[in-house]
Each structure stands twice: as C-alpha cells, then as structure tokens.
Design a protein around this ligand. Structure first.
Ligand code: SAM
Length: 346
C-alpha cells in the first residue's frame, strides 16, 4: 500500500496500527506529508468549519509539590521564582479576556497546596457567577474524585490532564516513583464520569519515547475518547534532569496532530505554545495539520516568564493576549477565522 493509500485507510477506519504509524511518522517526501495534513484539515473542517477557537490561559501558580523530571516548575528547581495569583487578579485576567471575546478560561498551575479545594471552588464560583456564558477549564493535576466533583459543582466544566505517556515503563522514566500512570489514568476516568469535558495528551519527543510508546498513546486516546488532546513538543529546561536532552521536532508534532485528527475526528486539538516556541509559525502550521484551538496567555505580563516549563517559552508576542489582533490576522492569512465562542466539543 502506498503512503497516500494508508492515509486514506486511517481516515476511513479512524484507526491506525503500529506498522501504519511507523510509515506515517517516518515519511520524508513533502508531497506525501502535505497529503496527510490536507486530509486532517478536511476532517476538522467538515466538523468545525474553518474556525479556530481561542482559550484564555491563566497560569495562576508555579508552586508545585511534584518533581517531574522534564518540568521547569518542578519542586527541586530552586532557581524558579515562585508566584501565585490571588482571586482578584485571576478575575482581572478574565475581565481582560472577556472584553477581547474570550469565552473559555483555562486555569492552569502546579500542584500547589495553598490552593485548597475551598480556594479553588471560591475562584471557580466567582468566575462562573461573573461570566455565566463562559466555559471554565481547570488544569491543576491529580486530585481525588471528591475534589473534582466539588470543582464541577462550583462551575468548572472542562479539565486538562495530560496522561504524559500511556506506557508504564516510560512513565517511570519521566516521573519520580511516587507518581504512577495508573493513578493518572484513573483521574481521567473519574473526570469523565463526573461529566467534565476532558483532555489528555503528551509531549512529542519526550526522552525515551519510541514509536511503540506513541502507538500506546494513540490507543489510549481511542479508549478514553477524550474531548480534547493536548500535544506539543518536549523542550528541555536547563534546571531539570532533562536539561541536556533533545527537543521534540516540529515535523513529528505536526504529523501526530494530523494522525490524532484522523483517528479521533471530533477532538478539540490545540496548536500549543510549545509548538509556537519551536517555530515562529508553529501555530499556523498546527492548524494546517488539523489543530483547531489556540490558547493565548491571559496571565499578567509580570508573571508570564516565571511559568517556565521549558527554555525560551514564547510569552510576550502574538501568543500572549496582547497579540489578539495579530493572531486573528495570522489565522485569516491561512484561511481560518479566530472565533469568539466557547468552542464546545461537537
Ligand atoms: N500540574 C498540572 C498537571 O500536572 O497536569 C498542569 C501543569 S503542567 C506544567 C502542564 C503540562 O506542561 C504537562 O502536562 C506537560 O506535558 C507540559 N510540560 C512540562 N514540562 C514541559 C517541557 N519541558 N516541555 C514541554 N512541555 C512540558
């Protein structure tokens, strides 16, 4: 079977096997790779139209009790200047975003004990009360099902928790021993059961990743059927154990975005900040490979460069909320409209 026939088959069956994945990821011919992207784009366009949804990302704390080997805000990184935003500041960020047409707010942070369930619920309720027409997404790590339930009742309706890798051995190579894939996956199932729109995901090119582990990631996506999938290139951070590792590539990330679109057509798929960091047109290229979500940064300008998950993180240009107009133009240039819409799963 030719490359293009395989693309067609993956699209038709909405599934992929290991040999097909190897073939699609290994391709170097421009024309064939373009064919993969074109198919992914068509699938996204059929469901969502030529529209890209924007989400306002508020990185509200960089304190974290965890010590993931890849992450710049891991607790052992003593060089990170820590910060946390209080409720009023978070609400100011939402106001700024709302006035610019944002209808989804994503609260992301490290696992910070200061933000007890009570505090999280207070913040979520306040946003919900002020902006009842907006979706509230949380991305604050692993919690008990009871906690997730409380946040849901307070008004949160989406939750992002990347599974990071669906392979047990690989998971152990990326995380300290007290963290487990089993627990991470359980959290995702709990979230789904409660009624959240959930997002899983992984870094592309993380250390020790192989085609086989990626295949397991795709199988996990098929099994979980998440509403969102967040993938972006791994980028080393100089104060982590993975400082000297190689970054994930644009090529692999775009191919994987396209494959995820083909096997799980309705997914909300962001072209992430990490993708915009490794290439100046990373986000446009992401959309042209099947992504349909962009998450500009709504955090106050003075804390943005402290949320350093990886080196050289893009945070002051068009990926920030100040670049809203530019971002709209950039999407228009590639034939897409950046819309003011909650952008729910369809
Ligand atoms: N604490 C929450 C959690 O565990 O889901 C949310 C914050 S965590 C920093 C968000 C995501 O950043 C992680 O799921 C991980 O995939 C990504 N990330 C961390 N370090 C990274 C790096 N060096 N390069 C690319 N992405 C990274």
């Amino acid at each position: 079977m030719s490359y293009q026939e395989v693309v067609k088959e993956v699209r038709e069956k909405q599934n992929i096997d290991l040999a097909q994945l190897r073939l699609l990821l290994g391709e170097t011919t421009k024309e064939n790779i373009e064919y993969l992207y074109k198919n992914a784009r068509e699938v996204a366009d059929e469901i969502y139209g030529k529209r890209v949804f924007k989400r306002g990302l508020i990185e509200f704390t960089n304190y974290c009790k965890n010590d993931c080997y890849y992450c710049g805000i891991r607790r052992s990184n003593a060089t990170t200047e820590r910060y946390r935003l209080e409720k009023e500041t978070i609400l100011d960020c939402c106001k700024k975003g709302y006035d610019l047409g944002y209808r989804t707010f994503v609260l992301q942070g490290g696992e910070d004990g200061y933000f007890t369930d009570e505090r999280i619920c207070e913040i979520v309720s306040a946003i919900h009360k002020e902006y009842p027409d907006c979706a509230i997404t949380l991305s604050i790590g692993e919690k008990s099902k009871e906690s997730y339930q409380k946040y849901f009742e307070a008004g949160a309706n989406r939750y992002l928790l990347r599974h990071e890798t669906a392979n047990n051995e690989h998971y152990k190579m990326l995380h300290p021993g007290y963290l487990s894939l089993k627990k991470r996956k359980q959290c995702l199932w709990d979230l789904k059961e409660i009624g959240y729109q959930v997002g899983c995901g992984f870094m592309v090119g993380s250390p020790y990743q192989t085609i086989e582990t990626l295949y397991e990631d795709l199988q996990f996506i098929k099994e979980l059927e998440p509403h969102m999938v967040g993938i972006g290139p791994f980028i080393p951070q100089r104060e982590t154990p993975f400082a000297k590792e190689t970054a994930g590539t644009l090529d692999m990330t775009l191919k994987l975005l396209a494959i995820i679109r083909l096997i799980h057509p309705h997914v909300l798929l962001p072209a992430t900040t990490a993708l915009g960091t490794i290439h100046e047109n990373g986000r446009e290229l992401g959309v042209l490979a099947g992504a349909n979500v962009i998450m500009p940064n709504l955090s106050p300008a003075d804390v943005r460069d402290k949320y350093k998950l990886y080196d050289n993180k893009a945070c002051t240009g068009d990926e920030a909320v100040e670049g809203d107009k530019n971002l709209r133009l950039r999407m228009e240039q590639i034939g897409y409209e950046l819309v003011c819409d909650r952008g729910d799963f369809q």
